[in-house]
Design a binder for this molecule. Structure first.
Ligand code: ADP
Ligand code: MG
Length: 697
């Protein structure tokens, strides 16, 4: 249950005086529906309303607050001319100018003979002092509130700045002081304010410096949020580790058959990862391990060995991939090896319907099919296993956490192996997964040659096409990546090369049968047909959009052409390039760019030319783009932070992680005084689910 002290903050914004349903909706749009959301709505600028010159001295172009007596209303003779209000102080007269004004509103706001403070930008026009549409008009009694640094907030259409500002002021007033959850020495050492003070500083900045993300109030709030994030993840882990696990121990019989069917030796890091996973499986704790390895590092076979251990122990294992193409790719690797071991395996995707689907489901349910490979079709209702012991989730950051949990829920005490080819920097890794067990595949399988990467200006396209022709003549296969499918409606630039157009051109040159096309808008069956033609070597050239980004494996492909490489992100280019150089032949990647290159694009392409190390590229990507972008919000397991910015506050994350370790070692159920305060923190950052993992949640 949410602590009562937080109730006022979790009430609807319409509970604030002056906020009705109409403004409530607009506030929900720009900040969120609850009072607490307003606290996180940060100002991006400041207006100084403290400058109070006399009318005569008010400088042109500057924001001034003038104290004046209203002298005369001059309604406009026709609606296209402004309504003017003359107001005076001892030094002179200012014309307050209003276009499309409502006379009765003005009569009320600026009553004749009364003193008002008006604040806004002063203009001088033909010797007259003017202020068009003052930002603020208040009576003398509100002078103190007006004469200060006023925060400026992001708005949305229809929401007056004053209404939003007032609502935020009320939200800040409503903010209670909360019991301190922070480690005392840490707070003292950093000289951080209390939570309530920090909120006050965020919305009542004393200067421009207070708006910086490194300001002490903001930093404290960022730490609070990271602490909540780490605590929630750690509680989830604690809970998971406490749940009964199962000891999955293989006999080694099937495994031996698979190893002898492999046409290669496992790399050292594959052997290590395999051993780490086997130890987890054999242990009585639940496994949650991340297998991290660059594209082509050989994760699938490591996963298969784990899955086979489950089969040897008499249970089942499932591998779930985020796309159809990836699922098929895994199936292509796994099927022949499983066959060699005499273990039935079935692929289930959204496209399996009717009788075929019935048969597969029956096989899973009876246990006759011990190995499952598929897309999220595997977590649909109606899919049941006799005894699922291991769930392997590939590129899990593309799924919601829910889907991982749903797959695990298809069995009892299911061990989970997550796989990713995204080399995630440690900071992001901590934020997204917490302190997770990780196995890393650090080396490429033996015999692989580094890809020769070159940058080529687009003007030399015809030379590139000639080179592609030579590669094909020499028995090679070529990926050709285009950045867009077709011209966008908003008038794409002329040089935008649509995959369809490029495909038509290349097909005309090299023959329709030898050039395949895949893009996201093709029907699944056509996509598969194209991929299959390329995979079996019928098609020599595959023109594609980034749908081939992850996973697709065609060892005979030795050339990759990427058009408009400057438009792609670093990590994306690295992923794409990983599609080639998978066989034993030398491979070339041609990055075609549109000159002139911007600084950032130049840096990206240079990094790619220099290195093939996914982790180095990831760090560089983080540096060039900032944290939020690296994983891409949509596709990441990365939470959306309200106060923290990992690019700025990332250093606080390991501190928070260590803090959490100590907290849970001393008070695993968060029952002590600080523990209770930490529960409030979890609710404050809406990590309610984590509280449920506590025994007395
Ligand atoms: P990832 O999923 O990590 O991108 P895959 O598991 O798809 O990589 O493996 C890529 C290719 O490398 C596959 O064709 C696979 O058969 C092959 N492979 C895997 N391990 C080795 C190895 N140790 N030596 C040689 N080739 C390997
Ligand atoms: Mg793979």
């Amino acid at each position: 249950m949410r602590p009562a002290v937080l109730f006022p903050l979790f009430a609807d914004v319409t509970t604030l005086p002056g906020i009705g349903p109409r403004f409530g909706k607009l506030i929900a749009k720009v900040a969120g529906p609850k009072v607490v959301d307003l606290l996180w709505h940060r100002p991006f600028g400041l207006v100084d309303r403290r400058f109070q010159p006399s009318v005569a001295e008010a400088p042109e172009g500057r924001i001034c607050t003038l104290k004046v007596r209203i002298a005369e209303h001059v309604p406009s003779p026709n609606p296209r001319r402004p309504y003017r209000v003359l107001a005076r102080d001892e030094s002179g007269t200012v014309e307050l100018v209003f276009f499309h004004a409502k006379g009765d509103w003005l009569a009320k706001a600026l009553p004749l003979g009364e003193v008002r403070l008006v604040s806004g930008r002063v203009e001088r026009f033909q010797g007259r002092v003017q202020m068009a549409h003052p930002d603020r008009i208040v009576g003398e009694d509100q002078a103190e509130e007006l004469l200060r640094l006023e925060p400026v907030y992001p708005l949305t259409a229809g929401l007056p700045a004053g209404t939003l500002r007032k609502a935020i002021e009320l939200a800040v007033e409503r903010t209670p002081e909360l019991p301190e959850w922070m480690d005392k020495p840490l707070r003292e050492q950093r000289r951080w304010p209390s939570w309530r003070e920090a909120i006050g500083m965020l919305h009542g900045p004393a200067g421009q410096g207070d708006l910086e993300p490194t300001a002490s109030g903001r930093t404290r709030l960022a730490y609070d949020e990271l602490l909540a994030n780490q605590l929630a993840l750690a509680l989830m882990r604690q809970h998971q580790k406490r749940q009964a696990g199962r000891e999955t121990r293989g006999t080694g019989k099937l495994r031996a058959r698979i190893l002898s069917a492999l046409p290669y030796e496992l790399t050292r890091s594959q052997v290590e990862a395999d051993a780490e996973i086997a130890a987890d499986l054999a242990g009585d704790k639940r496994m949650l391990r991340l297998l991290q390895g660059d594209v082509g590092s050989g994760k699938t076979v490591v996963a298969l060995l784990a899955m086979i251990a489950a089969v040897e122990a008499g249970s089942q294992a499932a591998l779930m991939a985020p796309t159809e193409i990836l699922a098929r790719q895994h199936m292509a690797t796994i099927e022949p090896l499983a066959e060699a071991a005499g273990v039935p395996v079935a692929l289930l995707t959204g496209r399996d319907k009717g009788k075929r689907r019935e048969e597969i489901l029956a096989g899973f349910a009876s246990g006759a099919i011990p190995l499952a490979v598929g897309t999220h079709a595997l977590v649909q209702d109606g899919v049941a296993f006799r005894d699922l012991a291991l769930a392997v989730v590939d590129e899990q950051h593309r799924f919601g956490v829910d889907q991982r949990v749903e797959l695990a829920a298809k069995g009892r005490a299911v061990d989970v192996l997550a796989m990713t080819a995204t080399p995630i920097p440690r900071t992001l890794m901590l934020a997204a997964y917490g302190d997770l067990d990780v196995s890393r595949l650090t080396e490429k399988p033996a015999g692989r040659k580094p890809v020769d990467t070159r940058t080529v200006p687009l003007e030399r396209l015809s030379e590139v096409v000639d080179a592609v022709g030579r590669a094909i003549a020499g028995g090679g296969q070529v990926f050709w990546v285009c950045p867009l499918i077709e011209d966008t409606s908003e008038g794409a630039p002329d040089d935008t090369t649509a995959a369809e157009v490029r495909h038509a051109e290349l097909a005309a040159r090299f023959g329709t049968d030898r050039v395949a096309l895949v893009h996201g808008r093709l029907k699944a069956a056509d996509k598969d047909k194209a991929m299959a033609a390329f995979a079996d070597g019928t098609a020599k050239l595959l023109v594609a959009t980034t749908v081939i980004e992850v996973g697709v494996d065609v060892p005979a492909a030795t050339v990759m052409v990427i058009e408009h490489a400057e438009r792609f992100g670093l990590a994306q280019l690295h992923q794409l390039r990983g599609r080639i150089g998978r066989g034993d032949k030398a491979a070339t990647c041609l990055l075609l760019y549109q000159a002139p290159l911007g600084e950032a694009a130049k840096a990206r392409l240079a990094t790619l030319r220099e290195t093939d190390d996914g982790f180095r590229i990831a760090e560089e990507d983080l540096r060039l783009r900032g944290a939020g972008e690296v994983l891409g919000k949509r596709q990441s397991g990365l939470p959306e932070f309200k106060a923290a910015d990992l690019a700025v506050h990332g250093d606080l994350l390991p501190i928070a992680a260590d803090d959490v370790k100590l907290i849970l070692a001393r008070d695993p159920e968060l029952e002590g005084e600080r523990g209770k305060a930490l529960r409030t923190l979890l609710y404050l950052f809406e990590r309610d689910a984590a509280v449920r993992y506590l025994r007395s949640g």
